[in-house]
Design a protein around this ligand. Structure first.
Ligand code: LLP
Length: 413
């Protein structure tokens, strides 16, 4: 479920005491388990089988060292920007296993993707398809594309991360997609190779995903009857994980949903998993600065803020919080809050927490996905360090930003 355990009152990630990591690298600090990430990747890749291209959604956590590991294990990559393309290429990712999603691809991004020779561009509108066709013609190549359709299913998740409903900005309505496939089938500079969808994130019930896959299948069969030969269906990402008490789908559950919906269909499958691979591989370490009490309400003020981990502020997301030592101290109900000047700067509300002394550290769990990736320098706070626990060793994989980093892009202009 996650790579953490207490031993003699100390919290370990794999075989490493997290308190030592907090001392050595300072706080706030993200720490990831290579072992856990590797097990999750292989569990999904194995359950889905060789007929599936298992891509990692880089947006969840784009750290170069994590991308290098995933590339070495054979993963494909789902990217959403030229920046993510650059990261994957730098990490040694195979361009032939990259899918490019995203609703607003710029000319420069499309050009870079075509020049790199990526596997597929997932197209979000007729206008974008025209732009891709034009750039491919200029480059003298044929662009491999899938239309990202909007299957109009309710994924039953937080409204900010539901993407497959008809009122959302994502994808092309099913009926419109069918006519766009027909209309552009003979354009010389694009080649339709698949159909794509992504209905939302943190799905605990996979039924909606099965329903979406069935709708993609129906579209595939309709186009096939008309003579169009597509090679893959891309089901996006979205497999949920346990943050609190959710019963998250296993790799086998996920594979079974796709197997059932797509049984007998002669196509390759593509998936784009982010959170399910890296979410529970990571924690955010933070130090208690102060305890304060206002009108009987307790606040635990820590040195990480919403700029480091935005999910509680933005989605009201739950992250479990454990002390790195002394977990048996009496509990105190408190809000765990950061130093940023916003009332929304909190990690937990009215949560029982061991009353550890100031100076001691806490781990915020489930922070591997959309943690560092969504962090910012808001309030002029340098971004946190990132550390990898890897087979008996601890490795810095992103140094803590400095005050000089904060100023660098504005000085000497
Ligand atoms: N593919 C596409 C086209 C996506 O838009 C996403 C996520 C994924 C794959 C990966 O989804 P995953 O397997 O990680 O659920 N910041 C939010 C999550 C936003 C997800 C956006 N799209 C959060 O912290 O919960």
């Amino acid at each position: 479920m996650h790579p953490l355990r207490y031993h003699a009152q100390q919290l370990y990630m794999d075989d490493q005491p997290l308190d030592d990591i907090a001392e050595r690298f300072g706080t706030p600090c993200y720490v990831y388990s290579e072992l856990f990430l590797r097990e999750r990747y292989h569990a999904f890749a194995h359950a889905l089988g060789t007929n599936t291209l298992t891509c990692y959604a880089v947006k969840a956590n784009g750290n170069l060292q994590l991308l290098r590991l995933l590339a070495s294990w054979g993963a494909g990559f789902d990217i959403v920007s030229g920046g993510e393309l650059a990261r994957v290429l730098r990490a040694g990712g195979d361009p032939g296993k990259i899918v490019f999603s995203g609703v607003g691809k710029s000319r420069a991004e499309i050009r870079a993707a075509l020049e790199a020779g990526i596997f597929c561009l997932n197209v979000e509108s007729a206008a974008e398809l025209e732009r891709i066709a034009q750039i491919a013609a200029e480059l003298g190549v044929q662009a491999p594309v899938a239309l990202r359709v909007n299957p109009d299913v309710d994924p039953g998740t937080h409204q900010y991360i539901a993407t497959g409903l008809k009122e959302s900005k994502f994808g092309i309505p099913l009926a419109a997609a069918a006519s766009l496939y027909r209309q552009a089938a003979l354009w010389p500079s694009v080649k339709f190779i698949g159909i794509a969808a992504h209905i939302g994130s943190q799905l605990i019930d996979l039924q909606p995903l099965g329903a979406a896959a069935a709708r993609l299948r129906a579209l595939y069969e309709e186009l096939q009857r008309e003579g169009m030969r597509l090679q893959h269906l891309d089901l996006g990402g979205g497999v949920g994980i346990r943050y609190q008490d959710e019963v998250a789908p296993s790799p086998a559950d996920y594979a079974a949903v796709l197997d059932t919906a797509l049984a007998g269909l002669p196509v390759r499958r593509v998936v784009e998993l982010g959170r399910a691979l890296v979410g529970n591989a990571g924690v955010l370490l933070t130090r208690v600065e102060y305890w304060k009490e206002n009108e009987g309400k307790h606040f635990c003020v820590v040195d990480a803020g919403m700029n480091d981990l935005l999910r509680p502020s933005l989605y009201g997301a739950w992250h479990t919080i454990w002390p790195l030592r002394q977990k048996d101290l009496p509990m105190r109900y408190c809000d765990v809050v950061g130093p940023v000047c916003e009332s929304g700067d909190f990690f937990a509300k009215n949560r029982p927490l061991a009353s550890v002394p100031p100076g001691s550290c806490l781990a915020i769990l489930g922070a591997g996905a959309y943690g560092f990736a969504m962090s910012s320098q808001y309030n002029s706070r340098p971004r946190a360090a990132e550390v990898l626990v890897t087979g008996g060793q601890v490795q810095l994989i992103r140094r803590r930003e400095t005050l000089a980093d904060l100023l660098a892009a504005e000085e000497g202009l």
